[in-house]
Design a protein around this ligand. Structure first.
Ligand code: CAA
Length: 286
């Protein structure tokens, strides 16, 4: 089957991930509708996108005209109904199955029958999310990595009932967004998180076992293993709460002790030390 052209993309949830995905979409020339729950959150996301695009202009990786055109491709809304004309909607809301089921149920009633619905979930089952709609064949995973505009990979996740057509269309969009896209099946953590989450949890356990500081651990993994950033810096970037949630979700499915979040990081989450976004995690931030 030929892949239908995707012209208009919706992004629901414009936090760190959704905002980054919306940025990719407008840079790739898609008419993009970004939906947030309030005008304030929508404007904050647009400002972040404008800032990162301006940095590209400053570094002569984009012209001022391209910057302007890209931003003109973004329209913001608080109404799901404004996604009606989208050929593809990418969901990037909170990692809560109930909230995602509710959203997909609502989207199904709004978008055209041939529109594709994608989730950016990192640790929930795409099949379980798809089970919430009466047309699960149009649901796929499009799993981007943080920060989405910089990380080259997108995992295109085939759920149990995803159609070839939906998988191929999502793959084509991933490539047009400039990503290296891989297809995989809907298994816990897909490919990267299945490997990365237990590895990061091992790193955090080593902090106490080897009695090293976060700085020392980060130095060890950057200078000794060639990681682009150390594990503590990375978990702070991803969000302590996001990492704990992903660990718990994988542990629930796989029952492997290494998947379970270490007590130290659960305590950090409970204390509100969420990493960059809260101003403090393993490190302090301005
Ligand atoms: N969005 C858009 N642009 C951004 C950005 C963002 N969030 N963050 C930074 N940029 C832009 C900035 O303009 C920045 O330039 P300036 O500082 O001059 O403004 C530019 O990108 C380059 O930033 P850096 O100098 O920080 O880039 P770098 O060369 O150091 O690389 C990196 C940064 C790509 C993040 C690199 O450190 C890296 O690969 N880190 C590992 C990240 C990783 O592993 N991510 C996966 C996390 S796991 C995950 O996401 C899965 C999940 O489901 C939770």
């Amino acid at each position: 089957m030929t892949v239908p052209e995707i012209r208009r993309v919706g992004v629901v949830g414009l936090g760190a991930m959704g905002g980054g995905i919306a940025q990719l979409a407008i840079e790739a020339g898609y008419q993009t509708v970004g939906r947030e729950v309030s005008h304030e959150l929508g404007s904050a996301a647009r400002n972040r996108i404008a800032h990162f695009l301006q940095r590209k202009v400053d570094k002569e990786r984009m012209t001022s005209a391209e910057h302007k055109t890209a931003l003109e491709h973004l329209s913001l809304t608080t109404e799901l109904a404004d996604l009606a004309d989208c050929d593809l909607v990418i969901e990037a809301i909170v990692e809560d199955l109930g909230a995602k089921l509710e959203l997909f149920g609502a989207l199904e009633d709004i978008v055209r029958p041939d529109a594709i619905l994608a989730t950016n979930t990192s640790a929930l089952s795409v099949t379980e999310i798809a089970a919430g709609v009466s047309t699960p064949e149009r649901v796929v995973g499009m799993h981007f990595f943080n920060p989405a505009p910089l990380m080259p990979l997108v995992e295109i996740v085939r759920a149990e009932l995803s159609s070839d057509h939906a998988v191929d269309a999502a793959f084509g969009v991933g490539e047009r967004l400039g990503k290296r896209a891989i297809r995989c099946h809907d298994t816990p953590g897909f490919v990267v998180n299945r490997v990365l989450i237990p590895l990061l949890n091992d790193c955090i356990r080593v902090l106490d076992e080897a009695r090293v500081s976060p700085e020392e651990l980060d130095t060890a993994m950057t200078a000794g293993a060639g990681w682009p950033m150390g594990p503590c810096t990375l978990v702070d970037l991803v969000g302590i709460d996001v990492h704990v949630h992903a660990s718990e979700a994988l542990y629930e499915k796989l029952r492997e002790p290494r998947m379970a979040p270490p007590a130290r990081i659960v305590a950090m989450k409970n204390a509100g030390l969420l990493g960059r976004k809260s101003g403090r995690g393993f490190y302090p931030y301005d």
